[in-house]
Design a protein around this ligand. Structure first.
Ligand code: UVW
Length: 354
């Protein structure tokens, strides 16, 4: 088999940008789209679309994700704090006047405002047609071969060291970083229409919102969904109240097939939201469900089947309010992730310019 797959999952468009493509729908963010984004800049005002990276705070929102811990770099075997002053080159040459601080951070790359790479979520599917499902990602890249999991180290005493060395040899976040991620952003203000209440927004409701707000989404647009979730979270000041958060904010209905078709047909480039998953995650089902299914159907549809990157926990509230006050919904979006080879996700500091 020269191709990575004999059959692709239903609803997938593997091969659309070439069998070896690792950038998916971001291929539609072309130089022409960058110019369309730049044409939206009229005032020069910028908005930071990132939360402070130590928000949400703690691990209640997602127990698998650890907040940043920062450490000073040791110099001469001691940290600057231990020495009681900043490290200085004077320790090498008494005539040098520079004083220096360096630090190190240890955090889950998807702790706060983040990008999901196409290596973040895969699915069990029989791509090679041998009758047995294997774990595959976008364009048939395989778990274990192209995307290597961490090897568990039971002796490790901290959560970070327990699974060292996961490595995306394909589909890692560096492919998105190398694109640059600059183009036209389009705001869809769900919070304005739905309120900050838990609502799964499907195709019909979304179409009504787009029509009312005169939002047009074209091929290669980067679509931002404002739900208000990140703003509510920020107001909790790093002590998230999970019960209240779960009642807060909408998300897309990943089980609505019409909505999934629309996502493909509009040829949008990526989906970004200020909530934790873009889609509204249904809690574990208590009644038996007859078939194998994804927990996160929108993740499967976007990341696995169609190469559509997702951004989560972005901070969109101020930008959404400004756009509404100025009767606009488009802007220049600049949002590169870290160019960190092999990583499956990345913190982001996206900037909107209006
Ligand atoms: C999972 O939790 C699997 O993903 P995400 O953070 O992208 O919602």
């Amino acid at each position: 088999m020269t191709r990575r797959w004999k059959q692709s999952p239903p609803g997938a468009h593997w091969g659309e940008f070439g069998d070896d493509d690792q950038r998916g729908r971001m291929n539609l963010v072309t130089p022409a789209k960058v110019l369309e984004g730049i044409a939206e800049v009229r005032t020069g005002r910028t908005f930071c679309l990132s939360l402070p990276l130590d928000v949400p705070g703690g691990t209640t929102l997602n127990p698998r994700r650890q907040p940043p811990q920062r450490f000073a770099v040791l110099r001469d075997g001691k940290s600057a704090g231990q020495q009681g002053f900043c490290w200085s080159y004077a320790s090498e040459d008494a005539d040098l006047t520079d004083v220096v601080n360096d630090d190190v951070v240890l955090m889950s790359l998807q702790y706060s405002t983040q990008w999901d790479s196409l290596a973040h979520v895969g699915a069990h599917f029989d791509a090679d047609g041998d009758g047995i499902a294997e774990a595959v990602f976008y364009n048939g890249y395989r778990a274990g071969r192209d995307i290597r999991p961490g090897i568990e180290n039971e002796q490790a005493t901290n959560a970070f060291a327990r699974f060292p060395d996961p490595q995306a040899d394909a589909l890692g976040i560096e492919h998105l970083a190398e694109h640059g991620v600059q183009g036209r952003g389009v705001m869809v203000d769900l919070a304005h229409h739905v309120g900050r209440v838990r609502t799964a927004v499907g195709y019909d409701q979304l179409m009504r919102i787009l029509e009312t707000d005169k939002v047009e989404i074209e091929a290669g647009d980067m679509v931002c969904l404002h739900t208000g979730f990140a703003d509510t979270l920020l107001a909790m000041n790093r002590a998230p109240d999970l019960t209240r958060l779960h009642e807060t904010g909408s998300g897309l209905d990943g089980w609505d097939q019409k909505l999934l078709n629309w996502i493909v047909d509009t040829r949008l480039a990526c989906l970004l939201a200020d909530n934790p998953a873009v889609e509204l995650v249904v809690p574990k089902l208590t009644t038996p469900f007859p078939m194998r299914r994804p927990r996160l159907p929108l993740h499967e549809h976007c990341l696995v089947k169609n190469g559509i990157h997702l951004g989560e926990l972005w901070y969109l509230t101020e930008l959404a309010a400004w756009l509404r006050a100025n009767d606009r919904n488009r802007f220049l979006l600049t949002a590169p992730p870290l160019r960190l080879p092999g990583a499956v996700g990345s913190p982001a500091t996206p900037i909107a310019t209006v």
